[in-house]
Ligand binder design. Structure first.
Ligand code: FES
Ligand SMILES: [Fe+2]
Length: 416
């Protein structure tokens, strides 16, 4: 592992507080390599796909666990396997596409070595040479060069993988409160509606913090405040897992919120009284989970997000691409038993999110604003004190408790 620079190793965290974060953590190459090893390849569960994306034997998808390319595949017994997408021979990707189906093995395109659905090396082209000449030495160890295998687990149709033997069971890893909020949404078989990848110009942690930062939603996003999708004056709160790493924030609409003048009184730019939707069907919403929660944003450490904004449901995955770049992978879904009018409603509401989404386009640039703002501030710190300095769950969204929770888990995994 690369050593951290001396000046930072001496005072890794300027204050022993999760309410202070030094800006070098978004900029330091050695720190980034340590994150890949200790977070993504360490004792965490990483989202790799939805079960619905690989329903039958031989169905597979490729993905990344941090920087590690992986293949996720359903085998003949119905089990889901995950292994490194790296050929044992010279290291080429074994699977080149995003998804597909194989009969019984994968074949590397470079020299045709083949792998079974568990990631075991099964065949070596011309292993014994031609007419007894050439070929591989008889003592070549297939195991020594094999792609690494990850453990997998499933939860409500989500598939997670880990390289570490020490990662606790997924239920324990997520914690009971946040787990309940996953089960609340993923309560029946799902149907994938579409997917895309958004490239963002910032460190991966700035996006994860943004997701956990429920305070910003109605202040940054004009559409949220103006059309009362979420405002701090509405009911709701934030749940934080005991280890800090996972969270769920939620908004419950209150009928009397429409009369609140709090945003006007504070001069907040995101409430426009005179704006009206040309097509109000966009926000025609059904209370499908029968609890009045119109918006729920949930994360599982380090990089998974489950979203319910009205009837627009999606999972998002954060893939780091260096210290100042990341990919955000979106997968929209509905349920297998959705009637046609619900499918139409979800399709309309999918305009809310994504790179040009009415409520999420600002999130695509604000991480870049921070990355640029802190360019010469590696030794400075941010102030994360809304709602106090601890990480407990709170019955308000005017808090950064879940952002502090991320740093609590981050510091523990990173050894800081
Ligand atoms: S790199 Fe895969 S067979 Fe040679
Ligand atoms: Fe946002």
């Amino acid at each position: 592992m690369d050593a951290l620079p001396d000046s930072r190793a001496a005072g890794l965290w300027p204050e022993d507080s999760v309410a202070r974060v030094p800006y070098w953590v978004y900029q330091d190459e050695a720190n980034y390599k340590r994150e890949l090893e200790r977070l993504f390849e360490g004792a965490t569960w990483n989202f790799v796909c939805l079960e619905a994306e690989i329903p039958d034997k031989g169905d597979w998808r490729t993905n990344h666990v941090g920087a590690l390319p992986v293949i996720v595949v359903r085998d003949a017994d119905g089990a889901i396997n995950c292994f490194e997408n790296r050929c044992a021979h010279r290291g080429a990707l074994i699977a080149l596409d995003e998804a597909g189906t194989v009969e019984s093995n994968f074949k590397c395109i470079y020299h045709a070595w083949s792998y079974d659905l568990c990631g075991n090396l099964r065949g070596i082209a011309f292993e014994r040479g031609i007419n007894g000449v050439g070929g591989m030495p008889r003592d070549f160890s297939r195991e020594a060069f094999a792609p690494r295998k990850l453990r997998t687990t499933t939860l409500c149709g989500l598939v997670f993988a880990t390289l570490s033997p020490d990662t606790p069971p997924i239920e324990e890893f997520i914690g009971a409160d946040v787990l309940g909020r996953i089960r609340r949404v993923l309560d029946r078989p799902i149907r994938v509606m579409g997917r895309f990848t958004q490239a963002l110009p910032n460190n991966w942690k700035l996006y994860v913090e943004n997701v956990k930062d429920t305070y910003h939603a109605s202040l940054l996003h004009l559409f949220f405040g103006t059309f009362r999708i979420t405002r701090l004056t509405q009911g709701g709160g934030v749940l934080v897992s005991p280890d800090g790493g996972s969270h769920s924030s939620y908004t419950i609409d209150k009928a009397d919120d429409a009369r609140s003048t709090a945003y006007r009184d504070q001069g907040i730019r995101t409430e426009k009284q005179d704006y009206k939707l040309a097509d109000p069907r966009l926000l025609d919403t059904v209370d499908e989970f029968k609890d009045g929660i119109r918006l729920q944003i949930l994360s599982v450490f380090p990089a998974f997000i489950l979203q319910q904004i009205h009837n627009c449901l999606a999972v998002r995955q954060v893939v780091p691409r260096g210290i100042d770049a990341m990919d955000l992978k979106w997968t929209y879904f509905g349920f297998a038993d959705d009637p046609p009018e619900m499918t139409a409603r979800r399709l309309r509401q999918q305009n809310l999110v994504g790179p040009a989404g009415f409520v999420s386009m600002e999130d695509g640039c604000v991480g870049g604003f921070v990355q640029r703002g802190i360019a010469a501030a590696g030794d400075q710190v941010s102030a994360i004190e809304m709602g106090g300095r601890t990480t407990e769950s709170q019955a308000t969204r005017a808090t950064e408790a879940s952002v502090r929770g991320f740093w609590k888990a981050y510091r523990r995994h990173m050894g800081y």
